[in-house]
Each structure stands twice: as structure tokens, then as C-alpha cells.
Design a protein around this ligand. Structure first.
Ligand code: GDD
Ligand code: MG
Length: 366
């Protein structure tokens, strides 16, 4: 079976990191999210993935090439953004005339794709079967009501709901029959599958659902991107840290469990790394540092006695001595932070910026 993956969004809620890296190449425990997804699809017998690309298409194409984990990779390029439904028509020739899987590329999950396909096959006349996942406060997602036969009664994209509401949401993974092509207008514009197509299919009683109950995260906002990493660390490094090749770790440094460390990493005397921390390849950390709950992309350098907690730091950033970086701070690639600077929670700093003085309120530095 083939799988169409939407890989063309701008990742606006992950700026500034997504200004230089497409969301689907964001590392989860040091491997791009899309790489984990393709590996999982391969385990369920998917033999061909079609990536619907647009924003930073070349970067994605260069990384994934023509095959990955034994899966053939093809590309369907858009001249302009076509939303979530337009890419289906755009890839029509590549998809052929058999049912296919389709998914949003920013989903990190252990969905049983085989069971989803089985659920679709068991419903005669189904044009689509949506994977559902139950969450609290589902206003950021497509909210789905089903009947006892798992037929979708209603699909509402991003509704306003009372706080604390728990509902099944669209997990962004579907099996679609080729008859879906007839439901998408042949127009060169952004067409929303969730707003323009699914509600209509539900009305015609041709849309079904399947419930997923394992792991599921949409990495689209920083807190959830961190959460996807945490969930994977609990699988990969629960007992002891995972440490890459050629690591130079001082005997008096401490690396806790729930930590993944890339290749060629250096860690100085007395530093404490983890838990819930990922250091990319080539990261260097000086003496007496404390890094926890954070993700450092490749080649970040951190000078002596600095503390970083709950932050995401882009590639090749240079952090000085005695610096303090707090929760949910987002530093773009190549950012430089001078010695003795404090950056508080909620600050985002655009790539290549130099920060000379402390930032003590949540701000965006452009
Ligand atoms: N090729 C292409 N072209 N891909 C696009 C485009 C486009 O114009 N716009 C967005 N995408 C991709 C994004 O990269 C992402 O992988 C996917 O489409 C979904 O877009 P998001 O922007 O992440 O949507 P969302 O998270 O707000 O909502 C969607 O996902 C939820 C589940 O996480 C909807 O499908 C919701 O109904 C759903 O609950
Ligand atoms: Mg999303």
C-alpha cells in the first residue's frame, strides 16, 4: 500500500526554529520525526511513501532521497500551498486507483496502521476512515463524533469548547478510497480536507473512524515537540542514557537516564545532563553546567557554569559562561548568547541573533 504524507506546512508555531528547518526534519531523540514515521510505516508493509512537499522542498528531498528503511520515496511538489486536500489531487497520478494511507507529517505516534487499514476494509462503502485519539481540551484539532458503528456523525475543525472537555480528535492519519478525488475541487488554492471535505463525507455517511490508544503527539507547538521527545526517551533511555560514538565525557560529569547524546559530543568536568534531555551530534558542554529537560540541536556549544532548563536550542548556537536559560525558551540556529546573560521562560530568539543582555520578560527577539 502507498502512503501520502503532507510535508509542506510552514510550521509557523515552531518559529524561529522552523525558519531554517522544515517541521518534518525536527529531530526526536536525534532522528527526524519523518524518519521515525517511515520506519514505522515500513513495519506495517507500506512500500511506497509520497511526500507532498512545498515549503523548503529541496531540504526534505535532499535528506530523504529515493528510498528509506526499504520504502520507495516519491515527491509530489506544489507550486503554491494547496492546504491539506489539494495535495491529494496533485498526487493523483502517483497514488493510482487503490485505497491508500494518508497522514499529516507532524504526527509522532505508534499507530497500528495495519489495524486502521483493516478497519477501513471492514466497512462497505467507506470513502475514508479516520484515526481518532481522545484528548482533553481538543480545540486545536478536528473534533469527531461517531455512532456505535464507528460511523462519523460530525466532523468540526478547531471548535471552541468549554475548558476540560474530553473528546476524540482527528489524529491526522487516514485510509482513503480513490473516490475521494471526486470530493476535492480542481482548483489551484488551499483546500482544507477538514473543513471542505470531511464534513461533507460525514453528512453522506461515508466516513468511518478507528480509535488509537497508544502514543500520539502533534509536534506543531514547542511544548508538544518537547513532549514527543520525552515520550521517546521513556522508550529508549528509561534505564540508562543512550550515548553516541566518540563521546568525550569527563569522568566527573554525570549523565542521567532519560537522556540521549549524539555522536562526537564533549562534556566537561562536573556537568550534569538530564533527565529528559537530548544533545545533538557535535554538541560541546563545558565544566559545571546543568542541562535538563532540553533539546540541543547539532553542534551547539555551551560554555562553563551555564544552566539550561526546558529549552530548545537550534543548530550551532553558542551559549556563553554563567548563562541561565529557562523553560520554553526557543533559540534559533546560530544564536550567540554572551556571558552572564539570563533568558527567562517564553522568550524566542530569531536565528543568528547575538544576545548581549539579559531578557527578563517573554519576548520575541527578531
Ligand atoms: N503539502 C502541503 N501543502 N502540506 C501542508 C500544507 C500545504 O499547503 N499545509 C499544511 N501542510 C501539512 C503540514 O506540514 C502538516 O504535516 C499537515 O499538513 C497538517 O497541518 P498542520 O498545520 O499541522 O494542521 P493542524 O495540526 O493545525 O491540524 C491538523 O492536524 C490535527 C492533528 O494533529 C488537522 O488535520 C486537524 O483536524 C487534526 O486534528
Ligand atoms: Mg499539526
Amino acid at each position: 500500500m502507498k502512503c501520502l504524507i503532507l510535508a509542506g506546512g510552514f510550521g509557523t508555531r515552531l518559529r524561529p526554529l522552523s525558519c531554517t528547518l522544515p517541521k518534518l526534519l525536527f529531530p526526536v531523540a536525534n532522528r527526524p520525526i519523518l524518519d521515525w514515521t517511515i520506519e514505522n510505516l515500513a513495519k506495517h508493509g507500506i512500500d511506497e511513501v509520497i511526500l507532498a512537499v512545498n515549503y523548503m522542498a529541496e531540504t526534505i528531498m535532499r535528506y530523504f532521497g529515493t528510498s528509506r528503511h526499504g520504502v520507495i520515496i516519491r515527491y509530489s511538489r506544489e507550486k503554491r500551498p494547496l492546504g491539506t486536500a489539494g495535495p491529494i489531487l496533485n498526487a493523483r497520478k502517483l497514488l493510482g486507483d487503490e485505497p491508500f494511507l494518508m497522514m499529516n507529517g507532524d504526527i509522532f505516534s505508534d499507530i497500528n496502521y495495519s489495524a486502521l487499514v483493516e478497519a477501513h476494509r471492514s466497512k462497505e462503502g467507506a470513502v475514508g476512515t479516520i484515526c481518532l485519539y481522545e484528548i482533553e481540551n481538543p480545540g486545536r484539532y478536528g473534533v469527531v463524533d461517531v455512532d456505535e458503528d464507528m460511523r462519523v456523525k460530525r466532523f468540526v475543525e478547531k471548535p471552541t469548547l468549554a475548558p476540560g472537555t474530553k473528546k476524540p480528535v482527528n489524529a491526522g492519519v487516514y485510509v482513503l478510497d480513490p473516490s475521494i478525488f471526486d470530493y476535492i475541487p480542481e482548483e489551484e488554492r488551499k483546500i482544507s480536507l477538514e473543513v471542505e471535505v470531511f464534513p461533507k463525507l460525514a453528512e453522506e455517511r461515508k466516513l468511518y473512524a478507528y480509535r488509537h490508544e497508544g502514543m500520539w503527539v502533534d509536534i506543531g507547538v514547542p511544548a508538544d515537540y518537547l513532549r514527543a521527545n520525552r515520550l521517546l526517551l521513556e522508550k529508549l533511555a528509561a534505564e540508562k542514557p543512550v550515548i553516541g560514538e566518540n563521546a568525550k565525557i569527563h569522568p566527573e560529569a554525570k549523565i542521567s537516564n532519560l537522556t540521549v547524546i549524539g555522536d562526537d559530543v564533549e562534556i566537561g568536568k562536573g556537568s550534569y545532563i538530564g533527565p529528559y534531555t537530548v544533545l545533538g551530534n557535535g554538541v560541546s558542554v563545558g565544566e559545571g553546567c546543568r542541562i535538563e529537560g532540553s533539546i540541543l540541536f547539532d553542534d551547539v556549544s555551551v560554555d562553563n557554569y551555564t544552566s539550561i532548563k526546558g529549552a530548545i536550542i537550534g543548530k550551532s548556537a553558542m551559549i556563553g559562561k554563567w548563562v541561565k536559560i529557562e523553560e520554553e525558551a526557543l533559540l534559533g540556529d546560530y544564536v550567540e548568547v554572551a556571558d552572564n546573560v539570563t533568558i527567562v521562560s517564553g522568550v524566542t530568539i530569531c536565528h543568528s541573533k547575538s544576545v548581549e543582555e539579559s531578557i527578563l520578560e517573554p519576548t520575541r527577539i527578531m
